[in-house]
Design a protein around this ligand. Sequence first.
Ligand code: AMP
Length: 243
Amino acid sequence: MKAFCLQAGLKRVMHDSMLQHVVIFMGPPGSGKGTVSKRLVDELGWVQLSTGNLCRKHIAQQTQIGKAIDLLMNSGKLVDDELISAMTEEWLAEQSKTSAVLLDGFPRTARQAALFLDILTRIPVEKLDVVNFIVPDEVIIERLANRKVCSNKDCQAVFTKNAAASSELQAKGRCSMCGSPLIERKDDAPEAVRERLRVYHQHEAALMDCLKAANIQVHQIDGNRVPADVYQDVLNTLATHSV
Ligand code: AMP
């Protein structure tokens, strides 16, 4: 896999950057990480890496990585730990020193957590926070069955089916942000969601143990509330500073 990472053009180098604040959002698919991330990006100017969005972009652009992960991802399976970590490191190395950086969906396994700790030896971080969104599985299955996303891979905004449209564009089945058609994600189909939840829970305990062993505190957030309350709770928890 290391060879594939290098072949695919992913660099593994020493960086001279230091990041001010990195926040990791953990939680099952559909737990609201993306919704909170979007507000932090739009309202506070944070920068976000959603590893899921990055994977979907590779697939849409038919890159070498995209071709390798397409089937796997659409059936709800995880992408290889080394590959996703290398993609994350490459992205982190491009961020500026002063940015507050959000990692949405990485690390997801104990191996990825170990690889992340290794990344921190090359890209030092002044402050690290981990937030875990807790939502019952049955709520998630219903949420994802009701989700539509923007088909533009540079946008990927998320909408709720049958909800009152917030714009004329949305009423026509188009994204309110960029006007592209709204689609259902293949991996939001119920059988793929069940597989994603199974995979998530399979890795959850070992991931938490790995963070605990590294003395990294995880802030627990009740994600089964209206988005505004969850957002406020995250802000309070982080006692956030705008950038
Ligand atoms: P998400 O949009 O976060 O639900 O991720 C969608 C899919 O992208 C996952 O089911 C995986 O196939 C892939 N993916 C995203 N992040 C990771 C990760 N940290 N490790 C492995 N696979 C990932």
